[in-house]
Design a protein around this ligand. Structure first.
Ligand code: AMP
Length: 395
């Protein structure tokens, strides 16, 4: 259900948010992106005359642990919201109900860390029912945990058969992913990079045949090159993935997906920022040298490919972008995406921890169509899996 079709006047909205934010030694929030991302949904409920009960996990505590109390998030939340927030020192039972039951319209409460109870990750139904007592309607706005069948992300929805909805953030994530996978404007290009084929195999297999072009860069490209008989020197490789790599190449040909691999490589004599470098053909990397970025000809081909696409999905860097000497390929792709968005209104979606870091490093995050916040959840969605947190609302 859409948030806009929920009747919120006088209702307590129990919202699953993702406040799993980084904390420093002094337990201060060092990056408030996720808290800011939750504000539109919270404000919407308040504007509609409801009250808000927020619940989230934080870190990976094994039971109650002051280090991982959501209390640490409270000052940042209050500052960003511009109002005081009540805190319940437990997310269930009387401690929670004493706060949530008496909330008045316009008021906001935050429940203690869900993961202080092992039942949360176990998806325990009784626990989900206890959580459900804290609200009259349920809203899921946590895309980062949408791939988990936990009590607060999926199981709880059963207790709100008529009164559940996606929050604005989660709805926007789903909308962006559907623009790529369900009804893309063509040509549709996917750019997949990063270290390992094995971690992206599910995605690549799901995308071959669905996209018009599949660009493969980063360390994983060398496994494809070696599988085809190329010499890759000391580059990163997963030889045990040769068969799968060849299978993907075959499927691409059979389905008419144009698969682009790097033709040249920036090779280095060491995995170091100041290593000696040379540009070589990707299939002729000398022994003792390793490919750490795509080469200039490849960059041109990839840029050209992006510039003629209407929809572009990008996950994973083209090289070791953390070292400036090997960041050109990744930066060029980031710039090409921004340019395609500006020049001809291409829809550009970026997701996965390292590509998000790369687009931020390039200072271009606000020049692409959408930057996804949910790493694991987005990857599973791209593998074609059904996400429990999404299904629970749609059912
Ligand atoms: P992933 O988490 O699989 O997206 O991989 C991201 C990591 O892959 C980044 O830390 C990059 O430095 C690394 N990476 C990308 N290209 C290469 C390469 N050619 N050799 C070694 N590591 C790479």
């Amino acid at each position: 259900m859409q948030l806009s079709s929920l009747d919120l006047k006088g209702q307590r909205a129990l919202i699953r948010v993702d406040f799993n934010v980084p904390l420093n030694e002094a337990r201060e929030v060092t990056d408030d992106t996720r808290i800011r991302a939750a504000l539109p949904t919270i404000q919407h409920v308040l504007n509609e005359g409801g009250s808000v009960v927020l619940m989230s996990h934080l870190g990976r505590p094994k039971g109650p642990d002051a280090e991982w109390s959501l209390k640490h998030v409270l000052p940042t939340l209050e500052r960003l919201l511009g109002q005081s927030v009540q805190f319940a020192a437990d997310c269930v039972d009387d401690v929670a109900l004493d706060v949530s039951q008496f909330l008045k319209a316009g008021e906001v409460a935050l429940l203690e860390n869900l993961r202080f109870h092992p039942e949360e990750e176990e998806g325990d139904e009784f626990f989900a029912g206890q959580l459900a007592e804290n609200g009259d309607v349920y809203i899921n706005d946590a895309f980062g945990t949408a791939h988990r069948a936990h009590a607060s992300t999926a199981v709880i929805a059963r207790f709100f058969p008529e009164d559940k909805a996606f929050g604005l953030l989660l709805a926007a994530e789903i909308d962006a992913l559907k623009k790529v996978l369900a009804h893309p404007e063509k040509p549709l290009t996917a750019i997949i990079g990063g270290a390992k084929v094995s971690s992206k195999l599910g995605i690549i297999e799901h995308l071959v045949g669905r996209v018009d072009r599949l660009i493969i860069g980063g360390g994983m490209a060398y496994t494809f090159v070696q599988a085809q008989g190329g010499k890759i020197g000391n580059s990163l490789v997963e030889s045990e993935m040769h068969a799968q790599a060849l299978e993907i190449l075959k499927k691409a040909e059979a389905t008419g997906t144009e698969l682009l691999l790097p033709i040249d490589t920036l090779a280095a004599d060491a995995f170091a920022p100041d290593a000696a470098t040379q540009i070589v053909a990707t299939s002729e990397i000398p022994d003792g040298w390793m490919g750490l970025d795509i080469g200039p000809k490849t960059r041109e081909i990839f840029i050209e490919s992006v510039s003629t696409s209407r929809t572009i999905l990008w996950n994973g860097p083209m090289g070791v972008f953390e070292m400036p000497a090997f960041a050109a390929g990744t930066n060029d792709v980031a710039e090409a995406l921004a340019k395609a968005t500006a020049d001809h209104g291409a829809f550009t979606l970026i997701g996965g921890g390292d590509s998000v870091a790369a687009i931020n490093q390039a200072g271009l995050a606000d020049q692409v169509s959408y930057v996804s916040t949910g790493g694991g959840a987005m990857l599973e969605y791209l593998e074609g899996k059904v996400l429990p947190g999404i299904q629970a609302i749609e059912d």
